[in-house]
Design a protein around this ligand. Sequence first.
Ligand code: BGC
Length: 714
Amino acid sequence: MEKYMDTSLACEERAQLLLEEMTDEEKAAQLLQISYNAVSAEDYERFQRLGVGSYLHVTGEETDKLRAAAQKTRLKIPPIFGIDAIHGHALLNGAVVFPSQLAMACSFDRSLIYEIGRATALEAAADGIDWTFSPVLCLGRDLRWGRIDETFGEDPYLAGEMGEAIIKGYQADNMITACAKHYIAYGEATGGRDAYDSEVTERKIREVFLPPFEKAVRAGCGTVMTAYGSIDASPLSANRRMLTEILKEELGFEGFVVTDWENVRSLVTKQHAAENLKQASKLAVEAGNDMSMNTPEFYDCLLELMRGGEIDMARVNDAVRRILTVKFKLGLFDGKKRPPRGTIACEEHKELNLRSARECAVLLENKSIGDTKVLPLSGDTKTIAVIGPNADDIRAQYGDWTFFSHPEWKDEVEAKGDYYTVLRGIKEVFPKAEILYGKGCGVLEADDKAVEEAVSLAECADAVVAVVGDCLAINGEYRDRADLSLTAPQTELLKRLKATGKPLIAVLVNGKPLCAEWLKNNCDALIEMFNGGDYGGLAAAEIIAGKLNPSGRLPISFPRHSAQTPCYYNRYDGWHGGKYVDIEAGNVYDFGYGLSYSEFEYKNIRLSKTEMEKGESVRVSVDVTNISDIDGTETVQLYINDKISSILTPVKQLCGFERVRINAGDTKTVSFEIEPEALSLVNAKCERVIESGVFEIMVGKNSEEYLTAELVVK
Ligand code: BGC
């Protein structure tokens, strides 16, 4: 037996022993990842013979075939199979499709997110996968960006907490490895234009964008993906400061860095930072990238650089060692046991998915007509009109990154999984009611006849459920939007429905916040589902019927107007109230907002001490009472503001949250330990420090409604 096959040795040691056996060709091959649909058939064969390090987007039996091919190479190094299993192993038709990351984040539930990660890992591993390119730790701050749906929302603390939970779920028992992406500040691209330059400084990165990645590294995340773009005009793929000095040396990241798709080529073709692929390959590796996602020529370039003594061999060896260590940790050398195929979409995962959809839906509006709240609709409701382009469209409900949109766009395919659109959900939860359905229009296409039909259905109904939002044509990767309004055909449809005078309950199925002022002012009730996965439609219907008491909260703020973005809550203070002269001040819905059928009252905020030294921690507590007669779940949120500081600090910053179940009439005391880090800032010298002074501690139900206490740090 080769020494590196000794399972009693540490994975790092085994990787080192194997590295010592390897030729330059074998090393270069480890650093490349290819996709079956992006290389020629000839290259696909060639790289199998060469023992390529990784494949992406290959699933099922094809992974077995490729694993067998690797066994025919000299050292039999197993490839690692990666895929974007970012809300379930959803590129496989029939696997469970969980709510999108943005929808998941509405749950503010770490344990749920962990379970989602765990279930996704089991389904992916059962399909031959070892590695998911998830979570996305970019922040959704510029709402024009097409990939808002992939983020955990606008806040670094929430994104970090959710990210840590899902990474731990993915990596439990080394089932698969996770990938924190896209490093770094990718979502901040100028103008919300995907992969453009992000005009950020290192200080800003450390304050806002790095913290979620720091948590990912601390959680032991196996891999990190380099973003496409550049920061302050420096291409990330060639950025040694970010990849090596900060990520690897300062944060101590021990896994490997993979580029995003074709980043090496883009250094030549898009960023013009290198004259040719050979130069680009050198730049990328020496900056700290360990594996190149695609750009198959990278292999020959790297080999040439190695043979010519033109590349730092210690760096190449370090990259190989990092990749091999992850492979050893995953058990790939030791006959990894995979879950049975029946794990995919098993009952347990479907139940978890239903729980996810239930926790993710957010009730935004519930007005009264006379003395009665519109929701829940009475069980005696006789006729319900379900109207709208997204009422029965599973593609829109799933959102991006399922088999419908990746790795290839598929128009004709039917979803094989068990799923509920809102229409199916309403039919199921109102078995005695007559359900009338009309599409009314497309998300993008007006249809006069369909509008007239929808209006006549609404006129015959006791209540109208209008399901509107966006669709894959205007949501997802490469699909940035300049205009965040609800599209014109849908707005027209809603106006016509409103004119019928029937109670109007709108359900949003969309990838990102839309300008929601009209919706807020005109709908009697409003439910935000985002991309709710298989059971989003059922959860929305259950809320409408009162079978589910909503508990989701917004992880992102909703603007009045497209040009009001960015509108994230944790802004710096400025002049003149930050108001535009032509629109009302403030957001339509703020971060952390969400209604419940229960009502919660906050009282008695107190600190364990009101003065302390730097470096100490303090406990803040509050009493929360459910003053309604309905049991419910409240998400208690902690925000902090450093009142006087050497540098601007956010007007408030989320530093803790806790979901608590509180039965009708009960009071629970909720406490948070405020650790020193929560009181720190990144100063002008880029150092994280705590400055003495007064801090405002806020605990409440969202970023605008809270109780406050003052803490003095000496
Ligand atoms: C995306 C990544 C993704 C990769 C592989 C790229 O287009 O930016 O997020 O992981 O493709 O599918």
